[in-house]
Every structure is written in structure tokens, then in C-alpha cells.
Design a protein around this ligand. Structure first.
Ligand SMILES: Nc1ncnc2c1ncn2[C@@H]1O[C@H](COP(=O)(O)OP(=O)(O)OP(=O)(O)O)[C@@H](O)[C@H]1O
Ligand SMILES: [Mg+2]
Length: 194
């Protein structure tokens, strides 16, 4: 049965699709990896021609348990779907990307509520994405997040053009971006094994 990694946050534009795609790309040469794109906008499904990773739509959820992939990354839309509790239950790890902004952190609350309702907080991790250089904001936000009792990834993902380009270049070549995404993927894999 595949290990399922869910990326979710009800807020739009925080990097759910970008991180999903790049984590899957990191693993694709080592293990059998696929993506399920649940967003009706379908960024990952629509750009699947650029990718060596199979990308499926929501229908695939019905056969996910019997599929022979090692890892399946699920990308979710920027709103709370009624499917979210069930998806969280299925997941072996849940990643919540967020920008280090006050409004972004306020928006995280509803997503965390659902995760806690299904008792998956110990399988969940928040990750700061699009972190700007030379800012203490992320440290302040990290402190603010302590109230939620959800771990925050040690890896911060920087605001780098390489991430924007990644979807059209089938993964990342930029060394800094590559290193960050590899470290994040390792942290997520630890969560899966926990
Ligand atoms: N670390 C990063 N550095 C630079 N640009 C980034 C980074 N992460 C994401 N982006 C860019 O930010 C935009 C939003 O990212 P993305 O589409 O992955 O967010 P999302 O959470 O999936 O959005 P939506 O909720 O609309 O599906 C995209 O243009 C993407 O290329
Ligand atoms: Mg998206």
C-alpha cells in the first residue's frame, strides 16, 4: 500500500502545488511516485506533460489503496473541501505550507482544527515557504505557531525563482533550491515513519 503525503492549507498561493511537485520530483528516481491533483484548477494535472511523474485526478482516490506506487502525493485546492477530514485520515504525513505573514497564520487555524478533529496532529508539519532573506519575521511567526501544537519544519523554503520555474523544467536544478527541497522531503519522510 502506498504511503500518502497530503499537502493542504485553505489559503491560496502558499505553495501547495509547488512543494507537492518538487517533493515528488525529489523521490521519483528512488521510489515509484505519483501525484493526485484534487484542485479543480488542476495546475499539476494540466502541466503533467512537463513531468516524468504520473499525475491523476480525484477519481484515482478510489483505487489509491490498491495502487502499486510507493509514495502518492496529494495536492489539495485553496478552500476547505468536505473531503478534507477523510483525506487527513488516509494520510501518512500532512504538510501545511504557509508564508510568514500574519494573515497566512490566521488562515491556518481552520485547517489545523480539522487535522486535530481526526487526531492527525502528530503526523502533521507546518513549513514556511517563500521566506525572504534577512528577515526576523519567520522566527516571530514560528513563535506564534507554538499555540497550535503542530511542529514546524526545520527547513525553510526560500523565495527563489527556481521554484517558480520548477514546474516547466521538470524539477529543480538550482543548488540552493534543490538542497532545501531535499531536506524538506527528508523531514516529511521522518513524519511518515513516525
Ligand atoms: N518558494 C517559492 N519561491 C518562489 N516562488 C514560489 C515558491 N513557492 C511557490 N511559488 C510561486 O508562488 C505561486 C503560488 O504557488 P502554488 O501555485 O504552488 O501555490 P498553491 O498553494 O498551490 O496555490 P493554490 O491555492 O491557488 O492552488 C506560484 O506562482 C509559484 O510558482
Ligand atoms: Mg495549487
Amino acid at each position: 500500500m502506498p504511503k500518502i503525503i497530503l499537502t493542504t492549507h485553505q489559503k491560496g498561493g502558499v505553495g501547495k502545488s509547488t512543494l507537492t511537485f518538487n517533493m515528488a520530483s525529489t523521490l521519483r528516481n528512488e521510489v515509484k511516485t505519483a501525484i493526485v491533483d484534487l484542485d479543480l484548477q488542476g495546475s499539476l494535472y494540466k502541466s503533467r506533460a512537463n513531468s516524468e511523474i504520473p499525475v491523476f485526478t480525484s477519481e484515482y482516490l478510489n483505487q489509491i489503496q490498491s495502487s502499486d506506487f510507493d509514495f502518492i502525493f496529494i495536492d489539495t485546492p485553496p478552500y476547505l473541501t468536505d473531503k478534507l477530514p477523510k483525506l487527513c485520515q488516509m494520510a501518512d504525513a500532512i504538510l501545511i505550507p504557509t508564508k510568514a505573514g500574519v494573515y497566512d497564520l490566521l488562515a491556518i487555524e481552520e485547517t489545523i482544527k480539522i487535522i486535530k478533529q481526526v487526531g492527525k496532529e502528530d503526523k502533521t508539519m507546518i513549513v514556511f515557504n517563500m521566506v525572504k532573506p534577512n528577515t526576523t519575521l519567520t522566527a516571530e511567526m514560528r513563535e506564534a505557531l507554538q499555540n497550535y501544537d503542530i511542529p514546524v519544519a526545520n527547513t525553510h523554503i526560500s523565495d527563489l525563482v527556481a521554484f517558480t520555474r520548477s514546474s516547466i523544467h521538470n524539477g529543480i536544478t538550482d543548488a540552493k533550491a534543490k538542497n532545501q527541497i531535499e531536506e524538506l522531503t527528508m523531514e516529511v519522510l521522518k513524519l511518515v515513519q513516525k
